[in-house]
Design a protein around this ligand. Sequence first.
Ligand code: F6P
Length: 418
Amino acid sequence: MAAGKLLYAQSGGVSAVINATAAGVIETARDKGIVVYAARNGILGALREELIDTTKEAKANIAALRHTPGGAFGSCRYKLKSLEENRAEYERLIEVFKAHDIRTFLYNGGNDSADTANKVSKIGQALGYEVSCIGVPKTIDNDLVVTDTCPGFGSVAKYTAIAVREASLDVASMMDTSTKVFIIEVMGRHAGWIAAAAGLAGSAAGDPPHVILFPENVFDPETFLAKVKATVEKVGYCTVVVSEGVKDQEGKFLAESGARDAFGHAQLGGAAPVLAALVREKLGYKYHWALPDYLQRSARHVASKTDLEQAYAVGKKAVEYAAEGLNAVMPVIVRTSDEPYKWKIEAAPLDKIANHEKKMPKNFISKDGFGITAAARRYLAPLIQGEAPPPYGADGLPMYVTLKNAPVPRKLKKFAIG
Ligand code: F6P
């Protein structure tokens, strides 16, 4: 790595363990004598010259990032256009990098962020300033290609499987005289990984969840209602898991709220009440529905230890790759064995990752379309292994850290974004 500082930024939807990646980055850089700045609110902080000096943070507070959910430096959804479309933004990035002697940029995010990292990795050469850019994986959606899994997913998977197991015990207790159908909606936008993880809640035939609706399948109301009815008649109740990304025959999200983000993605959340209304209207069963929404991706108290270790490891490796002089790569997780689960980290080119989306393979979804297969279990089960609870205080609540986030003094004029 050329001498100089390292800039780290968090991007996209945050997770229960993205801060563990930040800890991996900062602790490893400190060991190597590299100064780390963080951008406030992702790439926006880099463009606005809103930088944070992490050297001002105590060692214990950086260590506490390992058990603190959310994004400690702020995150954003912001799409960088191409160099041809908006050269000014790239020139501004270089201007900020030069002003603060930043020679490495680590961008920690999912699919869209890998695209941003890939674009930034090419500007050094195009604009004549040596800077290396490394994408660091993170997304609860688990939809990055190449990597075995994405940090953040294992924890949301564990939360979801636990929530489904616990809530189903509740429903089963009163099914005779009260609720017969419980519907829980999980995140995942276009890929059904989180919904699939709910399947880990059950291990024997008849165990909940009884119905999983994947975005990989088109929603068919008739077969859905028939399956719910048959399950209630056989088991006494029915737990349904629906992915927010499920679409109807016209290709419209069941959950679409009408709002769109900076990438043009529809804001989702609301498939569960749509299904609940259908169940009431067509089958007349009493129901409850739940939308854990941000609860699922911030649930650090039930994080997967495996996920936490992977989140830390990708941050550490990203700094090591930068120190070795790599550019335009991402540290990805490579599975070397299912049982016992073994993994290692390798560098993969960002070109191969950006703008691709990993959906659930066909052989992970059962023939009737409503469950997961043994192959899916083999893939998913190791990812939720282990517990790593946060420390709890005298008030009975987890002790999370809030960083000082000391600003780096500005050197440049303001920049208008957009
Ligand atoms: O990108 C991860 C994710 O949590 C998706 O699963 C979800 O659809 C989306 O973010 C929500 O985004 P936002 O918090 O910007 O509304």
